[in-house]
Write a protein that binds this ligand. Structure first.
Ligand code: ADP
Ligand code: ZN
Ligand code: ZN
Length: 723
């Protein structure tokens, strides 16, 4: 037998598969097996992508694999990776790297431990029906308690109860102890309320679920892409839960994608409470061992619901009936490494492969989703409460970072009690520093961007490459000691609000990328949840799908900040951010109120958000996109050439520009981008109506360049559907 093997190498120029001759004792090798193979004179790992009876090469010129690793990949994920490699102009090896079990290539194994279990005699000893030889010492109270604990817990890791004590009971035959494989399980966070029994659905939820069930029971993969467009607080999660329930009931499995578990622990908690151990979780806060074990639980069928961020789209489940993408508008579904896949596109592909239903849920759908999916609606909040009124506050001519109306509203809240969420999409203290006498601006030495002041840490930092330096005390150019700070970030707003309003019974908490790790952030959310009143200040993280019943006030500072990005999605992002933040307010018994501070009060996205008019916004946005030929009316492909030498980067971009001309495609650029990590960059953008043809042309051009000798100095990265 011949195995066609794709070696797991990072090099773009090496493209398999390569043939290997299997030995008779390697008959268990199948598509998806992970092999150790000699490759280019060195040992390497490779994935079997096909089997064949014969090879075009002479049998004696074929090498044999050195070994077969215990855990491979299901064949459908091999096919998915091959498709992904093409769709995102990447290589099969890089795409296969994404679908392997976590740590599979790093020698990750199952953990073994001593497991203790009550024996039949142990049972009887506890019941007092065991007859032991005369002269045997009676069990102590401690020993009885230990046996009772074992009975209630079932098989338990011995060290958790005391290995020595258990071994003495083993010697008497009351306990059995053996080495066994154990599954490492991630710790659970419980935030918010969750119930194991489903509540009766509202009529709106009923209608949406009925449509999902119809799609679920329809054979084939046609008309199975559904958009659940529900206003914030309309009970989308409950619809997901019952759709998953129905999927499990017909014997199929489900994938639930969420933007980031540490920021939305509530969603995970609801799934675990409803379905228990059948739910497997994967997220970046887990150790590799935990992720490996959860992966195995899915692959073996012990777990049949996978919940996680974008990489959970690769969950090794068989017979998938339902793929859910919660908060489908979130940018985090796009992967920034190579291949630059979009989990929403991959999920759609995977759902079609399994003839599964794809369900995308959000309060702020992307225009492309609206135009491609069947539209289900939840137009009302669960409790019938109105969406909070939104007031737009004009900041032109204001000097304080908080508008007087905002300050009044916060003072009222402080007096009357309650919670507010304050969103400012900018970390740090102030966004740039300049010299008051010569005007010099403190810039990153590696990137063409200003350094941001982080006052608490005593440093200025580049938010692109992470470069840090001490806070300057004088200007290196003119030696002046007068340094001006411009703009306000979350750190400064947190301090201002703490000084003005903070108190032991009114905490001011901050949530952003600077506020340490994932667990720390989950704890911040737990504290905010538990407090009777207080403020949560932070970047867009504070606007994620949290469900706190007692948030009376939502405040967006500098709402047009996202509009100033030169990006066709700027409007969409701004609209989503304001709508999502408004969605956090007024969920409980208290009516909500939302204040939006902006320098651009007349901006379309802000005006539509202020009226909670997502249909109006989408209709308007679709007209604009059609006129400008943006998605969904065309596909975009972005190519970035980067090099230490700006001329070389630019020359490569010009060269590619000439090669990627495809019928029906417009090629924009090359345009310079700001220097990043000491590399000059040049970009071209292709707008294409024939997506497949454009991808093929770009792939061919980039591969050809990768083979050219001069390629080493210039790195070329391709981004299909850039964010
Ligand atoms: P969304 O995700 O649409 O913003 P959630 O799923 O967070 O909304 O639901 C809002 C609140 O309503 C949650 O506290 C949820 O438990 C509750 N809820 C959802 N459906 C029902 C129902 N049918 N009956 C009672 N409460 C419900
Ligand atoms: Zn100066
Ligand atoms: Zn930098």
């Amino acid at each position: 037998m011949i195995a066609r093997v794709q070696p797991l190498t990072r090099t773009r120029a090496v493209r398999g598969p390569f043939d290997y001759r299997l030995r008779p004792d390697q008959s268990e090798v199948a598509v998806g097996s992970l092999l150790r193979v000699p490759f280019g004179g060195r040992p390497s790992l490779g994935v079997v992508v096909g089997l064949a009876g014969t090879s075009e090469l002479e049998p004696d010129r074929l090498a044999e694999p050195d070994g077969v690793l215990p855990v491979g990949v299901p064949p459908d994920l091999v096919r998915l990776a091959e498709w992904m490699a093409g769709e995102y102009c990447s290589t099969p090896a890089r795409a296969l790297g994404l679908v392997l079990a976590p740590g599979a290539t790093a020698g990750q194994r199952r953990k073994r431990a001593l497991i203790a279990e009550l024996s039949r005699s142990g049972e009887r000893a506890l019941d007092g029906t065991l007859e032991e030889p005369p002269g045997t010492r009676a069990l102590t109270d401690r020993q009885r308690a230990l046996l009772a604990q074992l009975r209630s817990r079932g098989p338990t890791v011995a060290s958790e109860l005391g290995t020595e004590a258990l071994k003495r009971l083993q010697a008497r035959g009351l306990v059995a102890i053996a080495q066994r494989e154990i599954a490492r399980r991630p710790a659970r966070h419980s935030v918010g309320s969750a119930s194991a029994t489903p509540p009766p659905l509202t009529p709106d939820q009923e209608r949406a679920l009925a449509e999902i069930l119809v799609a679920l029971s329809r054979p084939g993969s046609d008309r199975k892409e559904l958009l659940l467009h529900g206003v914030t607080g309309s009970g989308k999660t409950e619809v997901y839960l019952q759709a998953v329930q129905a999927t499990l009931a017909v014997g199929r499995s489900a994938i639930v994608l969420v933007p980031e578990i540490a920021l939305t622990p509530q969603a995970l908690h609801r799934f675990q409470t409803r379905f228990g151990d059948i739910v497997a979780v994967m997220h970046s806060g887990m150790s590799q061992g935990e992720r490996y074990d959860e992966w195995l639980r899915l692959a073996s069928g012990d777990a049949r619901v996978a919940v996680g961020p974008r990489s959970a789209v690769f969950a090794p489940l068989s017979d998938i009936g339902l793929v859910i993408i919660d908060e489908e508008h979130e940018g985090s579904y796009k992967h920034e490494g190579d291949p630059r896949y979009d989990a929403r596109t991959v999920a759609a592909r995977r759902a079609r492969d399994h003839a599964a239903v794809l369900l995308l849920g959000t309060a702020t759908p992307r225009p492309e989703t609206v135009s491609s999916c069947r539209h289900l609606r939840l137009p009302r909040r669960i409790d019938g409460r109105a969406l909070p009124p939104v007031e737009v506050l004009d900041m032109r001519g204001q000097h304080h970072p908080l508008h007087p109306v905002t300050r009044h509203a916060l003072a009222d809240l402080r007096r009357e009690g309650g919670k507010a969420i304050v969103l400012l999409n900018r970390r740090g203290w102030s966004n740039f520093l300049s010299c008051r006498s010569c005007g010099r601006v403190w810039m990153c030495p590696h990137c063409e961007v200003a350094l941001v002041l982080h006052r608490a840490g005593g440093f200025v930092a580049c938010h692109h490459c992470g470069h840090r330096e001490r806070v300057p005390s004088r200007c290196p150019k003119c030696a002046s000691v007068a340094v001006a700070r411009h703009g306000a970030g979350t750190e400064r707003i947190e301090r201002e609000l703490t000084d003005a309003l903070g108190a032991p019974d009114f905490p001011v908490l901050r949530l952003d990328a600077d506020s340490s790790g994932l667990h720390e952030r989950a704890r911040t959310l737990e504290r905010f949840q538990a407090a009777a009143g207080g403020l949560l200040v932070g970047t867009q993280m504070v606007a994620k799908g949290h469900d706190f019943p007692d948030v009376a006030l939502g405040i967006v500072l500098d709402a047009d900040q996202t509009l100033r990005f030169p990006d066709f999605r700027a409007e969409e992002r701004t609209f989503a951010l304001i709508t999502q933040l408004a969605g956090r307010a007024g969920r409980g018994t208290r009516a909500g109120r939302v204040l939006v501070q902006t320098l651009a009060p007349e901006a379309r996205s802000i005006a539509f958000a202020a009226h909670h008019d997502s249909d109006g916004f989408i209709a308007d946005e679709l007209i604009r996109r059609e006129a400008l030929r943006y998605p969904p009316y065309a596909s975009l492909i972005r190519i970035v050439c980067a090099a230490a030498d700006g001329a070389a980067a630019h020359a490569t971009a010009r060269d590619l520009h000439a090669r990627v001309q495809a019928p029906g495609a417009t090629v924009l650029g090359p345009a310079p981008l700001f220097r990043l990590r000491d590399r000059e960059r040049s970009q071209i953008v292709i707008k294409a109506t024939d997506r497949a043809a454009a991808i093929a042309t770009v792939s061919a051009a980039v591969d050809e360049r990768a083979r050219a000798a001069s390629a080493r100095r210039v790195s070329v990265s391709v981004d299909v559907d850039p964010q």
